[in-house]
Write a protein that binds this ligand. Structure first.
Ligand SMILES: [Zn+2]
Length: 318
């Protein structure tokens, strides 16, 4: 039997670790918050702790794993094993030897990949994109990330491909967290939605979003808070999420017009939380913008859910 492998999805808010068997079935998992202070060494220590906990749950030593894969934000140099410019992580503006640091702590080889790309690869290998030769993964969460598979292989460009969140859906439009204007993420990213909701609330618009967050002990508007507000028919939340869906439809259609991919898989915190009804809404919002009407791509919900990033990272360790 092939040996168990580890996978770590390094996010801005959480570190998700899994240990999987040779068929990518999850044997153990653990989730830790991402440190908000310190530097890359502290983040690496938290990652190692999460993986050790997942290994313990799986009943294996980390040193007995065939390897560990990591899906990371920032610019990845897989050959050098470094991550640089991970702006959402504390003190991580420069370059850090993440692979060597983790390998030392875990006693097994560590391979690095881009977080969104490994989640996309996981959907193609094991999830909603199985058997597809071309696919666009759209991860609708705090930001809006994208992964591309063409001719059965990841398309990384020069290392920064797939940034669908920064496709322009409105010239001179709303300010994006990236500092530019009119990006898809400015209308659809969870962080941008929260900033916009706060702005409108401060201007006197009524909404229960912030009361709901307080009641549930959240200091930010999580996917769950947005889902609850929508269920309650909160007008402001509905209006903003409607705009997000329209922006996603336009942005995804533009990408499909360029790539002519067979399928689109929607994942991410908001995507997974809102589920199939919203995938259908995004699909409907995409259709009018497609250049070729006769054969729209399949649009599917990510099948691996929250664990997709970590399971995809574990594929790097094969
Ligand atoms: Zn942007």
């Amino acid at each position: 039997m092939p040996r168990a492998r580890g996978g770590i999805d390094l996010g801005g808010t959480k570190i998700q670790a899994v240990v999987v068997d040779g068929d990518s079935a999850v044997l153990g998992q653990a989730r830790h918050p991402t440190p908000t202070s310190g530097g890359p060494a502290d983040v690496a220590a938290a990652m190692a702790a999460a993986l050790r906990e997942a290994a313990q749950a799986a009943g294996v030593e980390t040193a007995a794993l065939a390897g560990v894969g990591v899906g990371s934000p920032g610019a990845i140099d897989a050959g050098a094993g470094t991550v640089s410019g991970a702006g959402n992580l504390p003190g991580w503006a420069g370059s850090f030897p993440l692979a060597a640091t983790l390998a030392d702590q875990l006693g097994t080889p560590v391979a690095l990949g881009n977080d969104v790309q490994v989640a996309t690869d996981a959907e193609v290998a094991l999830g909603a994109g199985r058997g597809r030769r071309s696919l666009l993964g759209v991860f609708w969460g705090t930001g809006v990330g994208g992964g591309i598979v063409l001719d059965g292989r990841p398309w990384l460009g020069r290392g920064a491909a797939g940034e669908i969140g920064h496709m322009v859906v409105k010239r001179d439009g709303r300010r994006c967290p990236c500092g530019r204007r009119g990006c898809l993420e400015a209308y659809a990213g969870r962080a941008a939605l929260e900033a916009r909701a706060r702005e409108l609330h401060d201007e006197g618009r009524e909404t229960d979003l912030f009361k709901l967050a307080e009641r549930h002990g959240r200091d930010r508007l999580t996917s769950g808070i947005w889902a609850r507000a929508l269920e309650h028919g909160d007008k402001l939340a509905t209006e903003l999420v409607d705009q997000a869906v329209a922006a996603l439809g336009a942005g995804i259609a533009s990408a499909v017009n360029l790539l002519d991919c067979e399928a689109v898989v929607i994942g991410g915190g908001l995507g997974v939380r809102f589920g199939d009804p919203y995938v259908e809404r995004i699909r409907a919002a995409m259709l009018p913008h497609l250049f070729v009407d006769e054969r729209p791509p399949d649009v599917r919900l990510a099948a691996l859910g929250d664990l997709g990033g970590a399971i995809g990272a574990a594929l790097l360790a094969r």
